[in-house]
Write a new protein. Structure first.
Length: 215
């Protein structure tokens, strides 16, 4: 998928497909690159998330820009919107969770960590990732925080899938998640805040790297 996406992105950036041009069909691209249509579909979703194409039902995929958007969108929210909200919500939430979490919260977080580290399917991992962040919010003891994260759950999942596909973030995310839970289990508010801060900084850095074409 990454190779197909990189090739299509480079072709658009070189001007082989001008703004307004229609990309070849999934079937044609599948034959050209000798990959399954599902791989092509994922690559086209990546281009759309980068803000370079638009998919029109029944008509195909059309080029909308010769380079990636500075601020990719995930569902109704932009990457910048999500990062800003997550900084102001999830960082203090991790601190509250360290102070207020119950044993049941820790058991569930530990279970989710184990499942994510063992998971090989990207789609399943992304679903667990969203649940992980919701569970931390719920562990804060304030139900409003949980509702806030649930509200952006779909956008978070789209962003997570995007980072995994284009930035190979899954393994490092597992490491960062375990550091967050360790701090929460230790009851260290400062360490939990620091671990969540580092996690979100890495998310933002990977997004920036993808947009700049470094990935």
């Amino acid at each position: 998928m990454e190779a197909v996406l990189a090739h299509l992105r480079a072709s658009i950036e070189r001007g082989e497909y001008a703004v307004g041009a229609k990309l070849p069909s999934e079937a044609a691209l599948s034959r050209e690159f000798e990959v399954s249509r599902s791989v092509v579909r994922e690559a086209l979703r990546g281009l759309q998330a980068l803000g370079m194409t638009e998919s029109k039902t029944g008509k195909g995929t059309f080029v909308t820009a010769t380079g990636p958007a500075d601020n990719p969108t995930f569902g109704p929210y932009s990457a910048r919107d999500l990062i800003e909200v997550r900084r102001h919500v999830e960082i203090p939430v991790a601190g509250y969770a360290a102070v207020r979490r119950s044993q049941d919260d820790l058991d569930l977080l530990g279970h989710l960590l184990d499942r994510m580290e063992a998971e090989t399917d990207n789609t399943a991992w992304v679903a667990l990732d969203s649940l992980f962040h919701i569970t931390i919010a719920q562990s804060s003891g304030n139900p409003v925080f949980g509702k806030v994260i649930e509200e952006i759950r779909d956008a978070l999942a789209r962003q997570s899938a995007f980072l995994n596909q284009l930035g190979d973030r899954r393994r490092q995310s597992n490491v960062e998640h375990r550091e967050i839970v360790t701090a929460i289990a230790d009851g260290s508010e400062d360490a939990a805040v620091a671990a969540m801060t580092a996690h979100l900084q890495h998310v933002e850095a990977t997004l920036t790297s993808i947009v700049n074409g470094d990935q």
